[in-house]
Design a protein. Sequence first.
Length: 246
Amino acid sequence: MFKLTGKTALVTGASGGIGSAIAKALHSQGAEVILSGTREGVLTDLADQLAIRTHVIAADLKDPKSIESLVQKAELVSAGGVDIVVNNAGIVHDNLLVRMKDEDWQKVLDVNLSAGYKITQGLLRGMMKRRWGRIIGISSVVGTTGNPGQTNYAAAKAGMVGFSKALAQEVATRGITVNVVSPGMIETAMTSNLSDDQSARLLLNIPTGRLGKPQEIAASVVYLASEEAAYVTGLTLHVNGGMAML
């Protein structure tokens, strides 16, 4: 089940923990994978690990011209066009709203929400012509519950859900599904820097008593990208250990 042989996937933010896990999982199911991010060296190392059916396209998603170039290059390097888009790239610039700078608000919205809109828009026509496509956004539990100091991040992640629900209705008859995976607290470089006390307090709010693994997010993406999920669209799949039961 969930085989993706013959499909091409673009994964943004592929140099991060969750992004690289998603890329590896899609690749393991037979997909050709386009790795995008800002750290080209990390992407190249990942491509070397995967060895075959991979392409590296570095892009700065704060820059509209870089996004346009990414879309054009992705279509050129893929065997038959991009079939699966995983809008995973994300940044944080946290602060209380009363202290937040306009540029920190805008940067987070640009990368975490607007870039996904532009990438999806640029690749959508090809999917519509082929009458097959999978668009998957990576949101966050914060987009549902909110979190002090993250009004910009929460707004962007909530916006991805609304964007996906609307688009799902626009393209459903073309064989294209649009879904969201919403992770809770996941083992990444960010959470590894927490103190023992911080980790203990965090785990009190997670019924499973542990952080999630990037591979558990990747497994959800593989399912939503597969033919088996053809009747699933407009869904937000919450993978958070019970942190928010929705």
